[in-house]
Design a protein around this ligand. Structure first.
Ligand code: NAP
Ligand code: MG
Length: 500
């Protein structure tokens, strides 16, 4: 963990940052072909940070052409795996050298706290790149069982040119989750960051180039979903798309693929994640700390945020007292103040959506919060009925919906009463119940007696409408960016047969 600076020191760094503004294509920054730009703002202050190239279909075509050239001539994919590894390790080192600048840039562009950017987002981004780099020369292909007359090789080949479409909630880290395995596999990438948060992706692409990732291999095309995301999804020369974002947009990528070249599609989507706390949960204070972290970390703008607290009746009051006590220790406000734990929501539109879930909050059993001050929404704990929309819809803000249940069986049924299935947690001292619960919960990740997503070594993705087609993280992420080829070798002496 880096040593944090003071608010004044972060302010001085912020005032002197140089923001990248061009699309990064074929090794250099360039304006959009149309010359158009769009503003990126700091949601905490409303200040315009930069005018960024507003790209469109022609820029996507150009970036894909350059990515294809790079892939086809083998400048990256045909390097010895160890050489690719060394370039990516150098890239991780350059990121480390620029970590503070990236952390401040990320905080300014997204409203995330500098505390999280310095201690989680940027260090994790670097760790992810390094982890996949180190894997490159340690993965083996397979030889299938066969008779001595044949040799059957099953080899993995990079899928080709990959479109990576990103959300705004972890701009650098979600980029790393995708470029780490994609570049390790030898693919060329065209990245479309969220319009709200393009800055760190552009700077990270520049640093990758500086580290030796050849031109054309790592391109970033900023712009809107309709102008850049859709043309990328429909492009006939893009071999695969890996998308993280909302379920509604994710579905579109399946249509784009079906209507174009049947490109591979992997979707990491939303969640409505439950934390189950049973009567026999041990150390309620620690449970409460996990629940608060799960619900309010990153302002709840987290696909795997704890959004529902499903609590057994006998422990509810005692737990809620502790949840409130912990939540009060999360200061809301200026993201550049290193004491702040809850920063600004990402945009006015998103803030308005989140605040719509606070309407009538006073009429509910409101345990904490319930108000907003501009872009800053207080951590809110509200008790809701099983049919309330706050028990079912993804809020993506710092609002925790509490649902009381009578038994373990009811808790599991309520937890599974969702169209989503990204993450879940269960708190109980009964080991058998914990493991049975973990099996019964329909979610891609289940944590027991804690809140979390595993780490880079474990696959991450969703059941139901929370995901499609593959997993991020772990060795498993490489499946997204590689395809299998069978090479069948006939070892018999066929010379005579061929003449027959
Ligand atoms: P979003 O609105 O779906 O946007 C995601 C990306 O898709 C953005 O780059 C967006 O561009 C682009 N896009 C929008 N409309 C498009 C279209 N018609 N065609 C092609 N691309 C289009 O999601 P978000 O609001 O940025 O992110 C929040 C969502 O992401 C939440 O639902 C959250 O749960 C999910 N999420 C999931 C994970 C996971 O790993 N499962 C991780 C983080 C977030 P513009 O916004 O620039 O227009
Ligand atoms: Mg911004």
């Amino acid at each position: 963990m880096s040593d944090l600076l003071t608010r004044a020191e972060y302010g001085a760094l912020a005032a002197n940052l140089n923001f990248p503004t061009g699309a990064f294509i074929d090794g250099s920054f360039r304006p959009a072909l149309s010359g158009e730009t769009f503003e990126t703002v700091n949601p905490a202050t409303g200040a315009v940070l930069a005018q960024i190239a507003s790209c469109a279909a022609a820029d996507v075509d150009f970036a894909v052409e350059k990515a294809r050239e790079a892939f086809d001539d083998g400048r990256w994919t045909c390097l010895h795996p160890t050489a690719r590894k060394e370039v990516l390790i150098r890239f991780a080192k350059l990121l480390t050298r620029n970590a503070r600048e990236l952390a401040v840039m990320e905080s300014l562009d997204s409203g995330k706290t500098i505390y999280d950017c310095e201690t989680v987002d940027i260090p994790e981004t670097i760790h992810v790149i390094k982890w996949h780099a180190e894997l490159i020369d340690k993965i083996y292909d397979q030889v299938a069982p066969s008779s001595d007359d044949h040799l059957a090789l099953v080899v993995r080949e990079p899928v080709g040119v990959v479109g990576l479409v990103l959300p705004w909630n972890f701009p650098a880290l979600m980029l790393a989750w995708k470029i780490g395995p994609a570049l390790a596999a030898g693919c060329s990438v065209v990245v479309k960051p969220s319009e709200e948060t393009s800055l760190t992706a552009l700077r990270i692409a520049e640093l990758a180039y500086e580290a030796g990732v050849p031109r054309g291999v790592f391109n970033v095309v900023p712009g809107s979903g309709s102008e850049v995301g859709e043309p990328l999804g429909r492009h006939p020369d893009v071999d695969a798309v890996s998308f993280t974002g909302s379920t509604i947009t994710g579905r579109r990528f399946l249509h784009y693929a079906a209507d174009s070249n049947l490109k591979e599609v992997t979707l990491e989507l939303g969640g409505k994640n439950p934390a189950i706390v049973l009567d026999d949960a041990e150390n309620l204070d620690a449970v409460a700390a996990h629940v608060v972290n799960g619900a309010f970390w990153n302002m709840g703008e987290n696909c795997s945020a704890t959004s529902r607290l499903i609590v057994q009746k006998g422990v509810k009051d005692a737990l809620l007292e502790r949840v409130k006590a912990h939540a009060r220790e999360w200061p809301v406000g200026d993201p550049l103040d290193p004491e702040t734990r809850v920063g600004a929501l990402v945009s006015q539109a998103h803030r308005d959506k989140v605040c719509s879930y606070l309407e009538n909050a006073k009429a509910d059993v409101l345990h904490l919060g319930g108000t907003a001050d501009g872009m800053f929404v207080e951590p809110t704990v509200v008790e809701v009925g099983k049919d309330d929309r706050r028990a079912h819809e993804e809020i993506f803000g710092p609002i925790l919906s509490v649902i009381e249940v009578a038994s373990f069986e009811e808790a599991i049924a309520v937890a599974n009463d969702t169209d989503y299935g990204l993450a879940a947690s269960i708190f109980t001292a009964n080991g058998k119940r914990a493991l049975r619960g973990a099996r019964m919960l329909r979610a891609g990740t289940v944590t027991v007696n804690s809140y979390g997503e595993g780490d880079i070594s474990t696959p991450f993705g969703g059941y139901n409408t929370s995901g499609f087609g593959g997993r991020d993280n772990g060795v498993h992420a490489h499946d997204q960016y590689t395809q299998l080829k069978t090479i069948w070798v006939d070892l018999t002496d066929n010379a005579d047969k061929a003449l027959d």
